[in-house]
Design a protein around this ligand. Structure first.
Ligand code: GDP
Length: 193
């Protein structure tokens, strides 16, 4: 069954977004990232499933080795199911994403979000970056241009509306994401003709 895969660091609002997309509520309490198996959900009324991959990055109470294992599992999952994944949605926190990327950029360090973005492209998985928590961002255009820059996309971000989707999941403001995903699905249908 065709799927849309959701990936992102812990606490970016993946569960909140999932709830908005599916209309279901999920038990997000307990221990973040400890679920190793991707969870599948139907994205009614479309005929595919959404898989919510575990969050990663810092999680209190989760050991470094375990965090690495989660990342490895995600990479393997994506490699294995790349042909089946129609669209990947990389969720980031618009409020903190630039700071986090810049803090982790160095001679032998690639920030996770950037690495994941490039990895998905290498696998030929059409990718939308859902930039969440835009309600907390004042300088929207500047922030999104900065994000394009960090991802290697030439600003302005408005040129990349199939890739960059500013949203506020908490308030159900996710139209740009739905639009972007729909564009990719249409593109693929055209390819199939
Ligand atoms: P997950 O770990 O990625 O699944 O993140 P959650 O969905 O549990 O959300 C983490 C925190 O971010 C919670 O406190 C949410 O209420 C908050 N959050 C999620 N979406 C938004 C949003 O659009 N705006 C704001 N301001 N907070 C949000």
């Amino acid at each position: 069954e065709a799927e849309v895969a959701l990936v992102g660091r812990s606490n970016v609002g993946k569960s909140t977004l999932m709830r908005e997309l599916t209309g279901h509520s999920f038990d997000t309490g307990g221990s973040p990232g400890v679920t190793r198996e991707p969870n599948h959900y139907d994205w009614a009324p479309e005929d595919f499933v959404i898989s919510d991959l575990p969050g990663f990055g810092f999680m209190s109470g989760v050991h470094e080795d375990h965090r690495e294992q989660i990342k490895t599992d995600i990479v393997h999952y994506l490699e294995e199911y790349a042909d089946n994944i129609l669209v990947a949605v990389l969720v980031v926190d618009g409020k903190s994403v630039i700071d986090i990327i810049d803090r982790h950029s160095g001679p032998d360090e690639i920030p996770y979000d950037v690495e994941m973005f490039h990895f998905l492209r290498e696998l030929d998985i059409p990718t939308v970056v859902a930039v969440n928590k835009m309600d907390k961002v004042d300088d929207e255009d500047e922030r999104l241009d900065d994000l394009c820059d960090r991802l290697g996309l030439l600003p302005p971000w408005k040129q990349w509306q199939e890739v960059i989707a500013p949203i506020t999941a908490k308030r159900g403001q996710i139209d740009p994401l739905n639009e972007a995903v729909r564009e990719h699905l249409h593109d693929q249908n055209r390819d199939d003709l």
